[in-house]
Design a protein around this ligand. Structure first.
Ligand code: TXA
Ligand code: MG
Length: 353
């Protein structure tokens, strides 16, 4: 299959763009189109068509028990795909939608089990991106979309990343430039007695509890679960976002981190390895011996870190890096989401210094 790519401006003039209308037609015919959102690029198919969902799983090489998020562009579309809309969902919708928040509801019969990985619940999100919203409307209103990467690779934050992973496997890529947030949406489960975060993201625990009172966090994310417990979002159990090189997070006082990483660079070089370092911009000059220096941005501007992380992990692969050392980025708002992704990429290897 030939994958067409189109560059489109992400503004609010896209509803009648002929390329978007064609992308919508591809979806209605059961095909797949990758599109940008404010979090990461999504791999879209018709959420109400089980065959299209099946194609999404095969294009990504994704296990079929891992449910897909259904993306909508208008609130009026929600009631058709869920059994009921709890009051708390209305509050969260008013506060954060469109935006980087996914809510889990009991599903209606309209949503096929092929889309929900066999579950009786459905995850729903309205992205805050004019291009994505136009595309969803042009497609009939319900787009199932996981991140548009091959399973196990870092999620794509540019159309180029999508092309690297999915060229020849999908009909079209809509290229709207880089994603602003760069980490997947916060997932909050509304089907239990209290709302529970299943995946941390830009919408933080504090932001959610300011709107709806007590909010729980899946103990597996906090690292407080019993050994062997499974995360409640099936996708969180897989070792995602893994670079090919061996990634370790180095944690401790700044001077200790710096001297540990510099010693490791020397030792790894004498073992013939190529070494990468991921650090905030102001620290990079400390690690000048590394083969790859990844600029993770600025601790005072958290979004610079979230938006660069996946790109840096992909660059380590492009540069054939064997061992990667990363500083810790435990920032106030996005820190939980950033460290959740970095820990998974590192297979939870933390070196305390
Ligand atoms: O920001 C995002 O959410 C991006 C963009 C494209 O919208 N999408 C995304 O999708 O990250 P994906 O498929 O890569 O991650 C979806 C996560 C998985 O961990 C999956 O297990 C979980 O959501 N999930 C989906 N439906 C669920 C459900 N009904 N119950 C529990 N977890 C669910
Ligand atoms: Mg994903």
């Amino acid at each position: 299959m030939r994958t067409e790519i189109y560059k489109i401006q992400r503004n609010d003039q896209t509803d009648n763009d002929p390329v978007i209308l064609r992308a919508g037609q591809i979806i209605k015919e059961g095909g797949l189109v990758a599109f940008p959102t404010e979090t990461v690029y999504g791999l879209g198919g018709d959420a109400l068509n089980p065959e299209a969902s099946g194609k999404i799983y095969s294009a990504k090489g994704r296990p079929s028990d891992n449910p897909l998020i259904v993306h909508i562009a208008e609130f009026s579309k929600l009631s058709y795909i869920v059994k009921s809309i709890p009051d708390i969902a209305l509050k969260l919708y008013d506060a954060f939608c469109p935006g980087p928040l996914t809510m889990i509801f009991e599903k209606s019969d309209a949503v096929p089990y092929a889309t929900t990985g066999g579950l009786d619940t459905v995850a729903v999100r309205m992205p805050n991106d004019a291009l994505a919203l136009s595309f969803i409307k042009a497609s009939g209103g319900y787009i199932a979309a996981p991140s548009a990467n091959i399973s196990g690779r870092p999620s794509p934050t540019t159309a180029q990343h999508v092309y690297e992973d999915l060229n020849g496997r999908i009909e079209m890529i809509l290229d709207g430039g880089p994603c602003t947030i760069g980490l997947e949406s916060t997932i909050v489960d509304l089907t239990g007695p209290k709302p529970m975060i299943l995946r941390p993201g830009y919408i933080s625990l504090k932001m959610l509890s300011d709107v709806c009172g007590e909010v729980l966090v899946d103990p597996v994310i906090l690292g407080t679960a019993d050994p062997g417990a499974h995360p409640k979002a099936p996708g969180m159990k897989y070792r995602h976002y893994a670079p090919k090189g061996n990634l370790s997070i180095v944690s401790g006082p700044a001077d200790n981190v710096c001297s540990y990483i510099n010693d490791a660079i020397t030792a790894d070089h004498s073992a013939g390895k190529r070494v990468g370092v991921i650090a905030v911009g102001s620290d990079l000059k400390k690690y000048s011996g590394a083969d790859f220096l990844g600029n993770a941005g600025d601790l005072d501007d958290e979004i610079t870190i979230s938006s660069s992380l996946y790109n840096l992990l992909r660059q380590c692969d492009d540069e054939n890096i064997d061992t990667i050392y990363s500083e810790e980025f435990d920032t106030p708002m996005l820190g939980m989401a950033i460290m959740n992704r970095l820990m998974k990429a590192a297979g939870h290897t933390v070196i305390k210094v």
